[in-house]
Design a protein around this ligand. Sequence first.
Ligand code: DON
Length: 611
Amino acid sequence: MRSLPVVCALSVAMAIGLAFSPGARAAAGPGAASPVQQPVAAGTGGAVASMDPDASQAGIDVLERGGNAIDAAVATASALGVTIPFVAGPGGGGFMVIYLARSHQVVTIDGRETCPAACTPAMFTDPRTGQPLNYTAASDQPLATGVPSMVATWAKAISLYGHESLAADLRPAIAVARRGFRVNADFQQLTESDLPELQAYPASRALLLTPAGNPLPVGYLLRNPDLARTYELLGRYGPSYLYDGPLGQAVVAADDHPVLTPGQTVVTRPGIMTMSDLRAYQARVLPPTHVRYRGLDIYSMAPPSSSGSTVGEALNILSGYNLSAEPRATALFHYLEASRLSYADRNAYVGDPRYVSVPLAGLLSPAFAATRRCLIGSQALASPAAPGDPHPPYAACPSQTSAPAPASEGGHTNNIVTVDKWGNIVAYTNTINFFGGSGETVPGYGFLLNNEMTDFDFTPPSAGAYDPNLPADGKQPRSSMGPVIALAGGKPVFSVGAAGGSTIITTILQIIVNHVDFGMSMPAALAAPRVSQTNSATSLAEPDFYDSPLAQQLASQFGEKFSLATGPILPLDNYPGDATALQILGGGRDEAIAEPVRLGGGSALVVHPSR
Ligand code: DON
């Protein structure tokens, strides 16, 4: 992703039937209308929330045909790969948190990309200087592409917990890809943000740009017959078409020997993937993380995701305060400091647990949280705060020191929630990392490849220091993705997940605090202005928070510092990212909740709407 100084108004009207043919994969024409876009929907029979109306409708179609929440999640995710290919699709990966109604059990699927066998701890350093490569430039390279794991995740989820087949669940996405959808202002600004990388590849230009290499105009009917065919082939032959077949060969060729636009200067480091890397990929069922918070059981994603451990640790810290009784500024001060300290521990300890020892039990222990809470006084701690020691026995109240600054993180993703009439729930955060991933479309197959491997740290925090998140052969980079499912008395009550890189964790945390402690409805909790503290010198604040009296009070009374979240991708760039949520209303009724405004608003749908 490149940030360009272009801001697109979100209210641009759709213009229909444009007169030129921008590329082989796009065409002007009538096309089917998308479902009405609404951020909140309540009713029975099942529900879906995602970033996009066509994607949510794909999930609803599957629910109506008898599919369950797992099928609906796959249908929604695969359709999102068509309509918002910059944040989704078969070239990426993600994490599913699933509530199984019959067994009253929460399970998760780790569908994170792996680093190819040729990966080394120094792969993102300059061999001449030993210095880390520029983060953004490295993220633009095929070298940053990990083994695409999305399809393995879908297949695993369906085979273990779905009602339908992969072929059936991909059908709505195939229909959208064939009939096309209208480019909107958000699609256009996402294209804009990745323009130099997309221009570098003829296959990306042909699919996503005009012949002159510009973003497609708003209102353009974009079809993706290549991706429709890809999904058909995956439906017919199963995931082995990717992991041990022709699609895999095309992915490896694209990654290692990219076909480039003559004269482009963006792409300098080809990939290092082999068919063996693809053959070795396995999506894995993992137990969820669990903490108790205000009588709720909060389940989320275990490492290599850092969401479950970090949200969990912060909630454990916050359990020691009666936030609902505190003045709002005091409660938010506690929220920011709990985030800061949890982030210090995340950065120090979380990596791929198959490669490094992650002290997960300690990170989730209330006794460890007490050793962190005691550091919070009446003034904001200095960042970067040092990590604690999550190995028992825990020290009474260790003194606080500072630590090296954490590495860069960025990009974008999406969260989907689905529920079915049987009460199964899926919360699924998935991504190709940066907007547009690496920028490379697999020629002939119609999807973008991820650039997830720059979620690894490029170098340790200091020479020779321990770092759980350095690249290695087959290793998964640490992620912030990981939605939550909350139960009360053994029954699910809500689910929430978010996009936004390292702000995913604070967004989830803030929404939980808004809802559980501040008593906001879930739609209000999600819409409220965000502020994100990730152990950085300032907390990233959306304008409505930045300009609020609360922010002023947090600064004057508690010494908190804020930076304004703003940028060319309005209302998202540098923003705590957009979220989706689900509330179980009881009596078979559910409420699906998407963003009302961020990134043009998301889409919530139910099978049978009722008030
Ligand atoms: O796994 C992660 O944490 C990121 N690669 C997810 C992508 C993302 O959200 C970055 N976003 N802003």
